[in-house]
Design a binder for this molecule. Structure first.
Ligand code: AHQ
Length: 245
């Protein structure tokens, strides 16, 4: 339904976006169990192995946005997201990247590198949720795909929660594996500053566009929720014979 009301102010629009935090996957039963320390080692390993498919899909999603985007200034900022995940070796400056850090998280919970990179433990419903996000970024206008990344408005909280709780809730996990969450704290905040600045400007031309931005954010929140459903309900538990604990 097209809303003919006047656009919200930037402050009201941002409050509407942030108001969707109640749909963020930190409130999903699986993530509540994770925070409470009640996941079994097999469930935690299943989460890491399935989330790897999301992690390797993020740079593919961001490359889709770049390929659709005709704005050089946006591309100059957005390309950093691909480097953050894939890593780089530019002029002797090297960074192994977030995907490599996630593989180390897998090893920290008792998986082998091949257990993670082979994708053998990824559930069909995991793939469907993640592929819905990639295909959204490929098919929709790049401006809409930028807005869909704003679930990261809420990400620092969930990353910090894992950093704070895993050492006591899951003492068997090698804390070196938490490096991924630590590096996302700064990267997510930088990404959100850019994505929010653009979204508040572009989608504030009309109230209908602002409502569309909320609809897009809800779609991505649903992707993350469906991903947690998949991991919780698809019996992604990974029993490693002889692994600690
Ligand atoms: O590790 C995450 C990440 O790199 C990204 C990129 C961003 C996007 O472009 O959609 N979203 C995102 C997220 C990551 N981690 C999730 C988590 O719970 O660990 C949160 C997720 C997000 O909030 O969108």
């Amino acid at each position: 339904m097209t809303d003919t009301s006047a656009p919200w102010t930037a402050e009201e629009f941002e409050a509407q976006l942030r108001g969707k935090s109640s749909s963020y996957h930190i409130h999903h039963p699986f993530h509540r169990m994770m925070a409470a320390g009640t996941l079994t080692p097999a469930q935690l390993r299943g989460w890491v192995a399935n989330r790897f498919y999301y992690q390797i899909s993020i740079p593919v999603k961001d490359a889709a946005i770049l390929s659709n985007c005709d704005d050089r200034e946006i591309r100059r900022e957005w390309i950093q997201r691909i480097l953050d995940h894939d890593g780089y070796d530019i002029g002797g400056i090297q960074d192994p990247g977030g995907i490599e850090a996630w593989i180390r998280l897998g090893e920290a919970v008792g998986l082998s590198r091949d257990d993670v990179t082979s994708l053998r433990y990824v559930a069909p419903a995991t793939r469907f949720a993640v592929d819905a996000y990639i295909n959204f970024a490929r098919r929709q206008p790049w401006q809409e795909a930028v807005a869909s990344s704003l679930t990261e408005l809420f990400a620092p909280h969930i990353h910090q929660q894992r950093i704070d709780t895993w050492p006591t809730q899951y003492p068997w996990v090698d804390t070196a594996g938490l490096q991924y969450f630590k590096q996302r704290l700064t990267q997510a905040r930088r990404d959100v500053e850019h994505g929010l600045r653009f979204t508040l400007a572009y989608f504030s031309q009309t109230r209908a566009l602002q409502e569309r931005a909320l609809q897009i954010l809800q779609f991505k929140l649903d992707v993350l929720w469906a991903l947690a459903d998949a991991i919780m309900l698809s019996q992604c538990d990974i029993q490693i014979i002889g692994a600690k604990p």
